[in-house]
Design a protein around this ligand. Structure first.
Ligand code: TYD
Ligand code: MG
Length: 472
């Protein structure tokens, strides 16, 4: 028996990345001819071969698994930790997607430097030179200890560096500038992006380190976007900006946590600043009460309750077909709520163009916003303002009932803390009461409570032809 252990090899297809134990003239996966080349076996194929060789090693008792293996470490940025579900999972791969210029490089350089304070981190850049990165780090006032820079787009070189450095985390900026000789000659193709993402996430699993892969969202074209690598990684985060100042970091996939947390940042002179208390960020500051068309809703974004101002505007339709213009709240939902209001609220919307917006550019998916959207629409169409310092929360059924909402008491308390003394919502169940919480069983009752018993629709009746006026 030879003392030298031979490095395991496989035959890998240069077209699709498929691996075979022996050479074949034609790839059985993609059907290309003469594409199989001998290559060092990837970690997973070595594992598979090992498992096949030692029959007793197919599985292991759950109780024998060391739970410490799955532990997390802080990224150094609380908002990033929040989105990941409480820190960076060791051995995990995280894809960070976003439009060019949104701040991915800035965010990940900040994470790399902060996580580097308590362990080594490698920052691989295929887009910027080492002096450029140093300048940026200095301008951001970042610590330099523990942070290693590698400016290369060569996957094999990166993997070598990882073997030697054994960092606790590596940032790849970007996945699309990385290239492996094994996967064709052009960087950024779907094949390259998939191959490199897989190799790096396998390395992370093996080494118990974390890998962050930056990927630009691309317009249709030759360069593959982050979608190509989504199923190769444990978590997918998208960094995005709406029309406001805020930047949102959202998980669309997370094997180690929920996907409903959102991280909030603003871009400053010195990099991305975290917004720790966003509760009143989505409210418009103004003297006096709300103008007609505005309503405030307490909504859950992950573990935070935010007060959000919803704005509606209705104008007589210019064409015979009316339209709903709403990109922050699903337009189909707005149309449904308008129909419920027309049927149960006594105001006509079917001859109106409807505009709905959310202050601060927040996108709202929670159905708990239904009643506030209805109140804003009613207010816009009738010209009647909502009472000052009164928030609205509830889901609406097509029959015009206000349905119960989860975590309603906490919403009422969050409103109280921000000076909203009253919340109109679903009727509290037994033992659920909370000071400041007023219940309404139906949209009719809600209208009566918000706009007074004289308001159209408050006491029943047919849809009226016209509102009193239209404003924001
Ligand atoms: P960048 O992180 O390079 O974006 P991405 O990697 O997603 O393409 O930078 C985004 C923008 O932010 C860039 O136009 C410059 C700006 N910026 C600041 O306003 N302040 C800063 O401190 C930094 C580093 C960048
Ligand atoms: Mg960048």
């Amino acid at each position: 028996m030879s003392a030298q252990k031979k490095k395991p090899t496989v035959f890998r297809c240069s077209s699709c990345g498929h691996e075979e134990a022996k050479w074949l003239g034609r790839c059985p996966s993609c059907g290309e001819w003469n594409t199989l080349r001998e290559a060092a076996a990837s970690a997973s194929s070595v594992r598979a071969a090992g498992a096949a060789g030692t029959a007793e090693r197919w599985s292991l008792p759950l109780a024998a698994v060391d739970p410490a293996e799955g532990s997390r470490f802080p990224s150094g940025m609380a908002e990033v930790d929040r989105v990941l579900g409480g820190g960076v999972m060791k051995g995990s791969s995280v894809l960070v997607g976003g439009e060019p210029g949104i701040g991915k490089s800035t965010l990940l350089l900040q994470v790399a430097a902060k996580a580097g304070v308590s362990g080594r981190v490698l920052y691989v850049s295929g887009e910027e030179s080492a002096p450029q990165i140093r300048l940026r780090a200095d301008r951001l006032g970042l610590a330099r200890e523990g942070l290693e820079i590698l400016c290369s787009g060569d996957l094999e070189l990166v993997l070598d560096a990882l073997e030697k450095l054994k960092p606790r985390a590596v940032v790849i900026d970007s996945l699309q500038t990385l290239r492996s000789a094994e996967a064709g000659s052009v960087p950024g193709t779907v094949n390259q992006v998939k191959y490199c993402a897989l190799a790096l996430s396998e390395w992370a699993k093996e080494a118990g380190s974390a890998v962050f892969l930056v990927a630009h969202v691309t317009k249709e074209g030759a360069i593959a976007g982050p979608k190509a690598a989504e199923h190769m990684v444990d978590a997918v985060l998208y960094f995005e900006q709406t029309d406001g100042e805020l930047r949102f970091l959202r998980a669309t996939k997370n094997r180690f946590g929920s996907t409903d947390e959102v991280g909030l940042f603003t871009m400053t002179e010195t990099g991305l600043a975290e917004v720790a208390d966003p509760s009143r960020l989505f409210l418009t500051r103004r003297e006096g009460g709300l103008p007609p068309g505005a309503a405030v809703a307490p909504l859950w974004e992950g573990s935070r309750c935010l007060l959000v101002e919803i704005q509606a505007l209705t104008v007589p339709a210019k064409a015979s077909l009316t339209r709903v213009y709403s990109d922050r709240v699903d337009a189909g939902r707005v149309a449904r709520i308008a129909a419920v209001l027309e049927r149960h609220g006594g105001l006509r919307f079917s001859d109106q163009d409807i505009y709905v917006n959310v202050a601060g550019g927040m996108r709202i998916a929670e159905t708990g916003a239904d009643l506030a959207v209805a109140a804003a629409l009613y207010s816009a169409r009738s010209g009647l303002s909502l009472p000052d310092r009164c928030a609205v929360a509830g889901e609406l059924s097509l029959a015009g009932e206000v349905r119960p909402l989860r975590r309603m008491r906490a919403r009422v308390r969050a409103c109280g803390a921000l000076g909203y003394a009253e919340v109109l919502g679903p009727v509290p169940e037994d033992g659920e009461r909370e000071p400041g919480w007023t219940g309404a069983a139906t949209i009719k009752e809600a209208i009566r409570r918000l706009f007074g018993p004289g308001a159209r629709g408050a006491s029943g009746g047919k849809p009226g032809p016209e509102g009193r006026g239209e404003s924001v």
